[in-house]
Design a protein around this ligand. Structure first.
Ligand code: PFF
Length: 468
């Protein structure tokens, strides 16, 4: 355990001598790449559908503004203040104390999350491949519309439950991640994000334009944008809060890790605000794409739940669209890009941890942390097939990890992180990071600080209580 000292002022210029992101655009692209993932593209429309459409959207936006941005500021200030991995940053800011355990839990949480996230990312890869070869739509032409849903349902179940095929695509995803991560922070993470994020926005734009021109689009838009306040309940609010943490990658050390690569000149406030705004924008665009499409094709809204939306409902829609196969290819590229930049950030948490704590090279750290994933992710993947009878607390391995990490570990890590930043980090750390050592004015500092000290811990406790 290294006890590097850090002065109580914890100047933002502390340089660990490590690599930093090269450009401002790179900082935004990488952080946004982490945020925009399956959470915004896939989970958001399903959550919105289940929690009252417009009402959920409003609550989500409020949560991002009131809680998401301040919590993001708290976490990035720890990362840039500590200039180390999730564990090391706590150690540097609170030498001799046990706060590093919060960082270690973050490393664990992010690791468990990638184990199952890789599996879904792998399915995306397979669906992209099957869209390219046409296998996904083989025979769908002659299928009566009414039978399409069961056709695609059957296809999904057969594929997911088939052991070998999903394993192969999961392994390819892990290998792709390793390829990028081994190239390092600037040549790997930053460059990949700089290429993939603009592509993601172009694709989203194409899809929104198409969806908005569908007959009957207005009805879908109305469902998504007109808030029905009677739908707002405690549990809907807690879901919106949970979605905020998930979609902004908060609380589990990702932002500590990435912010340790932010140059000293990076303005944390504008970076967090930009990333949060763009992530919300992506979620809104997904709503604008999904709901008009569902209404226009007369589909059942309940089909948006779980795996169905992406792997059954959308293929069903594509099979009926003119040029649908091309749209299908573009959609799975979009999803793959979103998943890849997020898995990269999730993986980087444990890679930097090994690199810094155990003084290993980047390549060795990547190998040490990513190779075991071939086993862990395989177990998650097989839990839809041969291992489906293996249950932990009544859940399959995949569902157990999903529930345990997102409902428990994530809020717990986030809770400790905001309490540490608000109350126990060396005096002045937070302010000094937000103002870049007093060189930029942050007029809302008292509000942000109040939220981090009081509001955020209380609201995170509400999420935890709701999970219980
Ligand atoms: N923010 C990304 C997403 O929404 O998919 C990745 C992610 C990070 C997911 C952290 C979950 C999480 F806890």
């Amino acid at each position: 355990m290294s006890k590097n000292k850090i002065s109580s002022s914890s100047a933002p210029n502390v340089s660990g001598g490590g690599t930093l992101f090269r450009t401002k655009a790179g900082v935004i692209a990488a952080t946004l790449g982490s945020a925009v993932g399956l959470g915004s593209i896939w989970r958001f429309p399903a959550e919105a559908q289940a929690n009252g459409g417009g009402a959920f959207l409003l609550l989500y936006m409020a949560c991002v503004l009131v809680l998401g941005i301040p919590v993001m500021l708290a976490e990035t200030s720890l990362g840039r203040g500590g200039r180390a991995d999730a564990v090391g940053s706590y150690m540097k800011l609170a030498p001799g104390h046990h706060w590093w355990i919060a960082g270690a839990l973050g490393v664990l949480a992010s690791y468990l999350i990638i184990s199952f996230y890789m599996v879904v990312a792998g399915w995306t890869l397979q669906y992209l491949w099957d869209s390219i070869t046409g296998a996904l739509y083989a025979g769908a032409d002659g299928t009566p519309v009414l039978a399409l849903e069961s056709t695609f349902h059957h296809r999904m179940e057969q594929y997911i439950g088939s052991d070998i095929a999903p394993l192969i695509s999961t392994f390819i995803m892990i290998a792709l991640n390793m390829g990028v991560l081994m190239m390092g922070v600037q040549k790997g993470i930053e460059r990949a994000s700089n290429i993939m994020m603009p592509l993601l926005f172009v694709l989203l734009l194409l899809f929104s334009i198409y969806a908005l021109t569908l007959p009957g689009a207005a009805e879908g838009l109305e469902f998504f944008f007109r808030p029905d306040f009677s739908k707002i309940t405690w549990s809907v609010a807690a879901n919106a809060l949970g979605q905020t943490f998930f979609s902004l990658s908060l609380g589990i050390g990702i932002l500590i890790t990435y912010a340790s690569y932010y140059p000293s000149s990076t303005n944390l406030v504008s970076t967090s605000a930009t990333v949060s705004a763009l992530t919300t924008f992506v979620a809104v665009m997904m709503g604008v794409i999904i709901f008009p499409t569902v209404f226009s094709f007369n589909l059942d809204l309940s089909q948006l739940r779980g795996t169905t939306l992406v792997f059954v409902t959308l293929p069903e829609v594509f099979s009926q669209m003119p040029g649908g196969r091309w749209w299908s290819i573009l959609f799975f590229v979009l999803l793959l890009v979103a998943a890849l930049t997020s898995t990269i950030s999730l993986s980087e948490v444990s890679i930097l941890f090994v690199q810094k704590r155990f003084h290993k090279s980047r390549v060795v750290s990547t190998l040490i942390m990513m190779c075991p994933l071939f086993v862990f992710s395989a177990l998650c993947s097989l839990s839809f097939g041969s291992l489906s009878d293996l249950k932990l607390f009544g859940l399959t391995i995949f569902n157990f990890l999903d529930t345990f990490t997102t409902n428990w570990l994530l809020p717990i890590c986030a809770l400790v992180m905001v309490i540490f930043t608000g109350w126990f980090a060396p005096r002045g750390t937070f302010r000094s990071q937000l103002t870049n050592g007093g060189t930029i004015a942050v007029r809302l500092y008292p509000v942000v600080s109040f939220i981090v000290r009081w509001v955020a811990p209380l609201l995170i406790l509400v999420i935890l209580a709701t999970s219980i």
